[in-house]
Design a protein around this ligand. Structure first.
Ligand SMILES: O=C(CO)[C@@H](O)[C@H](O)COP(=O)(O)O
Length: 215
């Protein structure tokens, strides 16, 4: 099963409720939380994600690009996010964070920056529902997909398959009608798309177009 998660980082932040209403066929809304420490950009935090939760019935896929994931991640699960992604580089005890997310009823997901190797972290997979392979340096939308991440996506797919294939392999950054094909071929099944969706005249049609490409 493939899934398309539009990133509201590319939406109009002054009209978030209306922007959410433009993507009814999304499999989930990808919400980028940035703290200007883990990444050089500042977006939104718990109160705004709570408002987004109230403004849409779509599942929320919260991507935390923040330091001290151990402290903050569980609160996003508590407010009703269906999945919460923390960065392994920002977590002191990643397995405990993942278990805390699951205990609050969320899917637990872990992200890796482009320069972070997957292999040292494979032991964490049994506590995870999704692995996010960043295909740009996190922080900003509109960057180019890093083709050099394709082997890491393939390795994540192999690791998931070795555990029965239940761990989703998500990619985020530079996904468009061309790059989605390469990411899917490498083994990704969950695709975050920001500018490719929200720069389209009809964002929901853009989602359908991406979905058709990857089945
Ligand atoms: O996490 C991030 C950026 O750090 C993403 O979720 C972006 O929002 C994706 O935007 P595009 O690369 O698709 O424009």
């Amino acid at each position: 099963m493939t899934a398309i998660h539009p990133s509201i980082l590319s939406a109009d932040f002054a009209n978030l409720a209306a922007e959410l209403a433009r993507i009814p066929s999304a499999d989930a809304v990808h919400v980028d939380v940035m703290d200007n420490h883990f990444v050089p950009n500042l977006t939104l935090g718990l109160p705004v994600v709570e408002a987004i939760r109230a403004a849409t019935d779509l599942p929320l896929d919260v991507h935390l690009m923040i330091n001290d994931a151990d402290r903050w991640a569980p609160a996003y699960a508590e407010l009703g996010a269906e999945s919460v992604t923390f960065h392994v580089e920002a977590a002191g005890r990643p397995a405990q964070v993942a278990r805390a997310l699951r205990s609050h009823g969320a899917r637990a997901a872990m992200a890796l920056k482009p320069k972070t190797a997957l292999e040292p972290h494979l032991g964490l997979l049994s506590d995870l529902d999704m692995l996010l392979i960043m295909t740009v340096e996190p922080g900003f939308g509109g960057q180019s997909f890093m083709d050099e991440m394709l082997p890491k996506i393939a390795a994540a797919r192999r690791a998931s398959d070795a555990l029965g294939g239940k761990i989703a392999v998500q990619v985020d950054g530079g996904i468009n009608r061309e790059t989605i094909l390469r990411a899917a071929e490498a083994g990704a099944d969950t695709f975050v798309a920001g500018s490719a969706v929200y720069s389209a005249e009809d964002p929901d049609a853009a989602i359908s177009g991406l979905r058709q490409l990857v089945g």
